[in-house]
Design a protein around this ligand. Structure first.
Ligand SMILES: [Fe+2]
Length: 385
């Protein structure tokens, strides 16, 4: 989301003397992506952000292939992924390729003993159940049910939950995640036809820099490994920052659906884009209003992309036997469509309460053994009468 934002205290000029209360200098850090070509922010630390005291153990957390060449439609029962105390332990990758990891997580406790950074991937956390605060280097983001929390690669963060009952649908992207270009003008402002605008995005707030020296564990995910680095200063010691590269939240409930006289295609639901996949939000909306419209989607061939739908709430109009937290996977190369009876049943209906998140990947997805453990195994035959 390329929008300029500023929080806390910063000097008038970049790269100039900016003194602390004790007369010492603040330490400037440029936080950018795509080399020096992408979005960046300039932040000002109380301590050097480079003071590594020790490098500890590394752990392999890369997804392991159980099904390399998937041609079956699948139905994964997401809520069967067991809760875990720790946030990072709770993240279970079910689908992946070289661009993206799709994970489910049911963490029970807040992160208190360490901080986390994904050095390789932007993280899009969809909060299905639960609420709390995402504490980051650039400030706090309050989150609740229905929020997308987008954390750009390299951002150190810590999640605090308000209860033990949390369910997250996580997309880790090796390509930067942006709002779709066609929604923005040549200056980056969202246009009138966009289903959301700048007011709907919630940047970090409440910058409370912590000036502490000691031992601070930052778990860094890089190349499928989780490394433990011990730093000498608290990572949340930023007194001010400005720029375009920062975490933010966007509620799926703030997505304004685009409707029509006849069935509208999935791109009207698009919320985010990357060079390797898109994310769409299917939200409660009025149905098509042509007197002879069939609101359920036509059968379609997603010949170039694997379609992942994560079901959040409401009745999903085109599918039977779908529950909250389920994931359907429709692999590229074979057509899919509404279940028997749902096409006909949708005629004359005036609205839908369905709420779902779709991730369409341009490369085929592989399944992990954790996906097979929650796979219903028979979904691919469910279009037979
Ligand atoms: Fe589809």
């Amino acid at each position: 989301m390329p929008l300029y934002h500023k929080l806390g205290n910063i000097p008038h000029k970049r790269h100039t003397i900016f003194k602390k209360a004790d007369g010492g200098l603040h330490y400037e850090q440029l936080f950018g992506t795509i080399g020096f070509d992408g979005m960046s922010s300039l932040m000002y630390h109380l301590q050097r952000p480079t003071m590594v005291k020790e490098v500890g153990e590394s752990k392999d957390v890369s997804p392991k292939t159980a099904v390399e060449y998937n041609i079956k439609s699948r139905l994964l029962k997401g809520f069967e992924v067991p809760p875990a105390e720790d946030y990072l332990d709770s993240r279970i990758i079910v689908l992946f390729n070289s661009d993206v990891n799709i994970a489910l997580a049911a963490p029970k406790t807040s992160m208190t003993t360490y901080f986390y950074k994904n050095a390789d991937a932007d993280e899009l956390l969809f909060i299905h159940k639960g609420s709390g605060i995402a504490k980051t280097m650039l400030g706090d983001i309050n989150f609740g049910e229905g929020d997308y929390v987008l954390i750009p690669r390299g951002m150190i963060y810590q999640l605090q939950f308000n209860s033990e009952n949390n369910r997250l649908f996580i997309t880790e992207s090796y390509h930067p995640i942006y709002t779709p270009k066609r929604y923005r003008n040549w200056f980056g402002q969202h246009l009138e036809h966009s289903p959301f605008c700048e007011r709907d995005f919630r940047p970090p707030e409440n910058l409370n820099p912590i000036d502490q020296i000691g031992e601070f564990t930052i778990k860094v995910k890089k190349q499928g490994q989780l490394h433990e680095l011990i730093y000498a200063s608290h990572p949340f010691d930023v007194v001010g920052w400005d720029g375009y590269n920062y975490p933010y939240a966007f509620s799926i409930h703030d997505f304004e659906p685009i409707t029509g006289r006849v069935h509208q295609p999935p791109p009207v639901h698009q919320t985010f884009e990357t060079s390797a996949f898109v994310v769409c939000s299917f939200c409660p909306r009025l149905y098509d209003y042509h007197p002879e419209a069939i609101p359920a989607p036509y059968n379609h061939s997603n010949i170039d992309s694997d379609e992942v739908l994560y079901y959040v709430d409401g009745d999903f109009m085109s599918r039977k036997n779908i529950d909250q937290g389920y994931i359907s996977l429709h692999p590229a190369g074979i057509p899919h469509g509404p279940h028997p009876g749902t096409y006909e049943a949708s005629i004359g209906k005036s609205k839908t309460e369905e709420l779902a998140v779709m991730v369409d990947t341009f490369k085929p997805l592989k399944l992990t053994k954790d996906a097979l453990a929650i796979d219903d195994g028979k979904y691919y035959k469910s279009w037979l009468e």
